[in-house]
Design a protein around this ligand. Structure first.
Ligand SMILES: NC(=O)C1=CN([C@@H]2O[C@H](COP(=O)(O)OP(=O)(O)OC[C@H]3O[C@@H](n4cnc5c(N)ncnc54)[C@H](OP(=O)(O)O)[C@@H]3O)[C@@H](O)[C@H]2O)C=CC1
Ligand SMILES: CC(C)CCC[C@@H](C)[C@H]1CC[C@H]2C3=C(CC[C@]12C)[C@@]1(C)CCC(=O)C[C@@H]1CC3
Length: 304
């Protein structure tokens, strides 16, 4: 919680009248999500905005050969914008027996939304969910037969594609109850995630090249401030005016101007509904496993 305390102090310095509460939440653990949701429900009776930003890309491997091949192909701009064919990751199982990337980037958020539905679905009041997705989300990385991506090497791309679909399904099912979901892409931003792909000193050295590339692909937002453009822009929009099938991209021009642009997502209603019901089924399994585990713990505790 130390970094959260520091962020809170910084926020209060710039906005002294703000009220900033902290809460511990590990979206990669079902137990933690349920506990945090209980706490939220105890503290508040309404949620206006829920930003689902947490995400991981563990053990990323950059395909250097594909990078140089792409550099001299007609696909070069798309390669820089989406990293298609450039990145793979090695995923592990978490303590709930789920694939870690799926659990953190998608399922934990899904469980949180489910738990917070009473605060999010109030017909007389609009609540908003905003997912931080990615330009790396790709239909071909996702399979309905393997929603956790147990058998592939692109769990990140798969999880982000799944979040795009889940957002569409949520809009379809929950708009009538006052809940609106949107998806953003922050562009390529220098953060701990990108420092896991290449070391931070390397990114610093090649920064002039990155500014140059930005002239051709405005997706190189590079700083967290620029990357947050679409998050802020969405905050200012009326939910009814937003397109549930669009991903809102933070973009930065060659001259450094920030703007937000919607791009249509490559998703369909049927598949997104199927994913939604798969997630509901998985939720039942996870809840059952958790309550059995907790009952075992209690029984063991009483015996000792
Ligand atoms: N950087 C980029 O170029 C891009 C990033 N994104 C997305 O942006 C989002 C933010 O990533 P970014 O800032 O770049 O990466 P960082 O690794 O710098 O930050 C990741 C954030 O997610 C939080 N987080 C990770 N795992 C958990 C967990 N189990 N429970 C709760 N919080 C968790 C971290 O919290 P803590 O610090 O407390 O661990 C941190 O705030 C992610 O969803 C990522 O996929 C999308 C496109 C491009
Ligand atoms: C000379 C340099 C510009 C070389 C950089 C090559 C690659 C490391 C990067 C090119 C496109 C980048 C990219 C991402 C990571 C770094 C690149 C592969 C992301 C996958 C990071 C996380 C995302 O969600 C989307 C990004 C798309 C672009």
């Amino acid at each position: 919680m130390q970094r959260a305390e520091a962020a809170r102090s910084a926020l209060l310095t710039s906005h002294p009248d703000a009220h900033v509460d902290l809460l511990h939440l590990d979206v990669g653990s079902a137990q933690s999500v349920l506990a945090a949701a209980q706490e939220v429900k105890a503290r508040y009776n309404r949620i206006d905005f829920l930003y689902l930003n947490a995400g991981i890309m563990p053990n990323p491997q950059l395909n250097v050969k594909a990078f140089f091949k792409g550099l001299f192909s007609r696909n070069v701009i798309n390669m820089f914008a989406t990293a298609e064919g450039l990145l793979t990751q090695q995923d592990l199982l978490n303590s709930d027996g789920l694939q870690e990337v799926f659990a953190t980037n998608l399922f934990g958020h899904f469980l949180l939304i489910r738990e917070l539905e009473p605060l999010l679905c109030e017909a007389d009041h609009a609540s908003r969910i905003v997912w931080t997705s990615s330009s790396n989300a790709r239909r071909s990385a996702f399979s309905m037969e393997d929603i956790q991506h147990r058998n592939g090497t692109e769990p990140y791309s798969s999880s982000k594609y799944a979040s795009d679909m889940l957002s569409l399904a949520l809009n379809r099912d929950k708009n009538s109850q006052g809940l609106f979901s949107s998806v953003i892409c922050p562009g390529l931003v220098m953060t701990n995630l990108t420092y896991g792909i290449l070391p931070s000193f390397f990114w610093t050295i090649i920064m002039p090249i990155m500014w140059l590339i930005r002239i051709f692909t405005n997706t190189f937002t590079l700083t967290p401030y620029n990357g947050a453009e679409a998050l802020h822009w969405l905050f200012l929009q009326k939910p009814e005016s937003l397109d549930p099938r669009a991903k809102y991209h933070s973009l930065t021009s060659g001259l450094g101007t920030n703007y937000t642009q919607p791009h249509p997502m490559d998703i369909d209603e049927g598949m997104s509904e199927d994913l939604y019901s798969e997630l509901l089924d998985l939720e039942k399994v996870v809840r059952k496993t958790l309550s059995e585990r907790n009952a075992d713990k209690e029984a063991n505790g009483q015996r000792e």
